[in-house]
Structure formats: structure tokens, C-alpha cells
Design a protein around this ligand. Structure first.
Ligand code: FMN
Length: 364
């Protein structure tokens, strides 16, 4: 086990703002970095041009430590049969909203890290590059390391953590079952294989010799302190940043998060902040094709939340685009990804700097 003091990431605060595609841009990254934490920029939904302009903004801000995050899934070939089955499952919704399914283009959705991504990031030499769903080609990792870049990736099981260490990760993010958003799973598709954050953290700390970052359901200063006391090098927090001023979380998502947060009461009897209300989040594969945790919406309610109907990740997303837009126009999140972890109690409408300082307020 590595001691926390040996695994410092040279930032003032051991808080990593989780990369969150779809709800943030570099404004959140920069605000967290300026507050002394590690700000992350999710790149999975950025075109090369958009990525380059975000990197220019980050460079202009002059922040030294930040994390660029990419997905590294195997992009599947389009499958017309599965796509047709998916659209059939969505047919009643299309009908209700007056959408002709034939007019809805199929599309790739999120793209994995590639030679083109590397070309864009190379001139900026980002200090940390993190991945979700495993690691990309070893040659690419070697190049990132030539400029001193650190490579991180998420593990949802002990086996994945060991695999990441053996394949060149400089740090592992243990993502427990409580986490909002997509499971980073890549060696298994068994959802029952993912333990809770605390149990996974302990198992991984006992087994690897690289820094371990804890993620999933961490939403209070007490909980941050608890994972650091256990030996985590940092706490990676996503959901608790979703209401921050700099996040681009949609108004619908914000309202539902506030309602979810209000439903939580915390026990003051334990030092660690422990939610006593059951979360209304579920794991669903309907919104992208891969399991992710979010607030239950109408789509999850009526079709699933786990279903055979959607095509492989990330191809499921395209068919939902016009439905999402139509429902959002009516102020509803019926088909929107409302990603949220099991503990929304830390969601606060404050600046990201204030949130970062609050999360780290019990760190010695
Ligand atoms: C809205 C949202 C979007 C997310 N998008 C990404 C992403 O693009 N890349 C990634 O590695 N993880 C993503 N995650 C997962 C986070 O990295 C992290 O595992 C999770 O937020 C931790 O749990 P918490 O939400 O309970 O704090 C996302 C999480 C949320 C809530």
C-alpha cells in the first residue's frame, strides 16, 4: 500500500473534480484548479476543433495541474438489426411526439481516444490524461509519458485495478457502485461485480503500488476525510459539483437534483456522512447502451431501466436525440441522461471554488 504522503499530486487540495461529459466545460476545470484541486475536462463529446479551443482556454488561464478525460471503448460497427429493434421499442414515444423515426439519423455519439485526439493534445502536453473503459494503445500511453504526462483510469473491480497497474496506469480511480454516470467497467459486464466505494478502495489499496483515487458517493467533507484516512491519494467527486455555478447542467437536471438532494437526511451519529434515505437513482443502459447511474426518468420507468433493446454503446444515443429535445422543450427530462450518484446531498448552488474548499475543509 502506498502512503498518501507519497502519492500527492502536487496540488494544494486532494480533491479531483470528476470529468462529467455533457454537464461541464473548461470553466469548471479552471475554477476547481484555481481553488487548489484538480479540475478535469471531459473530452468524450468534443470534436477535435472543440477540444483544441478548450485547451486554448485552459492554457490562457495558466493552470498547471488539470486532467483531460477520454473514453476508450471499442467503437462498434453499426448494427441495422439492433438499431431497428431499438427504434421499435421507442416507437410509441416517437408517435406521441409526432416524430418520424425514418428522419432520425443514426450516429456514433461519443468517440474513443484516437490518433486524432493525440494530435490535438500533443502541443499542450496535458499533465494528466485519464481514461474511462480501460486504456488505449500502449504506444499512445508511452507518448503521453514522454512529456511527463500521468495516465489514470477507472477500475470498478479489483481485477480491473490490477490490470490497469500492469498496463501502465500511473494512478487508479476506484469507482464504486454509488457513482453517478457511466460505470468505467471494461473486464466484465456483470453489474454485480462492482462493489461499493469503501470496500473496493480497501481491496485495491491492499493490492496495488500506485496512487488510488476514490470515487462514488463522496459528497461531504466527512466522507472526503474518511477515504483519505483510509489511504486514498485523493477523492474524485462528481455529483456534488452538478449544481455549481460553473457547471452547464440543464435547468431540468438541476431542478431534479435539488429535489433528490432535499430528500436526503444525514445521520449525525456517525462521523461519516451517511445518507439515510434510499436514493432514487438507478443503473440504466437505455441512454447510451452502457450502464450508467442516473435519476429515474420516464424512459427508464417504462422500458427498463436495464434492457436488451438498445444497441451497443454509444450507438443508443442517436435515436433519443429528438425525443430528448421534444421533452426538454416541455420542461421534462423524460429522455435525458440525468446522471447522479447515490448521494446527492452535497449538491450545493455555490461556486466551484467554494465547493472545492468545503469538500476539503476537514483535510489536514
Ligand atoms: C453527470 C456525470 C457525467 C459523468 N461523465 C463522466 C465522463 O465523461 N468521464 C468519466 O470518466 N467519468 C464520468 N462520470 C463518472 C465520474 O468520473 C465519477 O466516477 C462519479 O461522478 C463519482 O461518483 P459521484 O457522482 O457519486 O461523485 C460522470 C459522472 C456524472 C455524475
Amino acid at each position: 500500500m502506498l502512503l498518501a504522503s507519497e502519492s500527492s499530486f502536487s496540488t494544494k487540495l486532494p480533491i479531483v473534480q470528476a470529468p462529467m461529459a455533457g454537464v461541464q466545460n473548461s470553466a469548471l476545470t479552471i475554477a476547481v484548479a484555481n481553488a487548489g484541486g484538480i479540475g478535469s475536462l471531459p473530452c468524450a463529446m468534443l470534436t477535435p476543433d472543440a477540444l483544441a479551443s478548450e485547451l486554448e482556454v485552459i492554457r490562457a488561464a495558466g493552470i498547471k495541474t488539470y486532467n483531460l478525460n477520454f473514453f476508450c471503448h471499442q467503437q462498434p460497427d453499426p448494427d441495422t438489426e439492433r438499431e431497428a429493434k431499438w427504434r421499435q421499442a421507442l416507437a410509441p414515444f416517437y408517435q406521441e411526439h409526432g416524430i418520424n423515426s425514418d428522419d432520425v439519423p443514426a450516429g456514433a455519439g461519443r468517440l474513443p481516444f484516437s490518433e486524432a485526439s493525440l494530435e490535438v493534445i500533443r502541443p499542450y502536453q496535458p499533465p494528466i490524461v485519464s481514461f474511462h473503459f480501460g486504456l488505449p494503445k500502449a504506444d499512445w500511453l508511452d507518448e503521453i509519458k514522454t512529456w511527463g504526462g500521468k495516465v489514470w483510469s477507472s477500475a470498478t473491480t479489483l481485477e480491473e485495478a490490477l490490470w490497469l497497474e500492469a498496463h501502465g496506469a500511473d494512478a487508479v480511480i476506484v469507482q464504486g457502485i454509488e457513482a453517478g454516470g457511466h460505470r468505467g467497467m471494461f473486464l466484465t459486464d456483470d453489474l454485480d461485480a462492482q462493489p461499493g466505494t469503501e470496500a473496493l478502495l480497501q481491496a485495491v489499496l491492499d493490492a496495488v503500488n500506485i496512487p488510488v483515487i476514490a470515487a462514488g458517493g463522496i459528497a461531504s467533507p466527512e466522507h472526503v476525510k474518511a477515504v483519505l484516512d483510509k489511504g486514498a491519494a485523493a477523492a474524485q467527486v462528481g455529483t456534488a459539483y452538478l449544481l455549481c455555478d460553473e457547471a452547464t447542467t440543464t435547468p431540468i437536471h438541476r431542478e431534479l437534483l435539488k429535489a433528490e438532494a432535499a430528500g436526503f437526511q444525514h445521520s449525525t451519529a456517525t462521523q461519516q456522512s451517511t445518507a439515510t434515505q434510499p436514493s432514487t437513482t438507478r443503473l440504466t443502459n437505455l441512454l447510451s447502451g452502457r450502464p450508467a447511474r442516473g435519476l429515474v426518468n420516464r424512459l427508464m420507468d417504462e422500458l427498463g431501466p436495464i434492457s436488451e433493446a438498445p444497441p451497443e454503446f454509444p450507438l443508443a444515443t442517436a435515436a433519443l436525440v429528438p425525443l430528448r429535445a421534444a421533452a426538454e422543450k416541455q420542461g421534462k427530462g423524460d429522455f435525458s441522461p440525468l446522471w447522479c450518484g447515490t448521494d446527492a446531498s452535497g449538491c450545493r448552488e455555490v461556486s466551484a471554488a467554494e465547493q472545492t474548499q468545503w469538500l476539503a475543509s476537514l483535510v489536514e
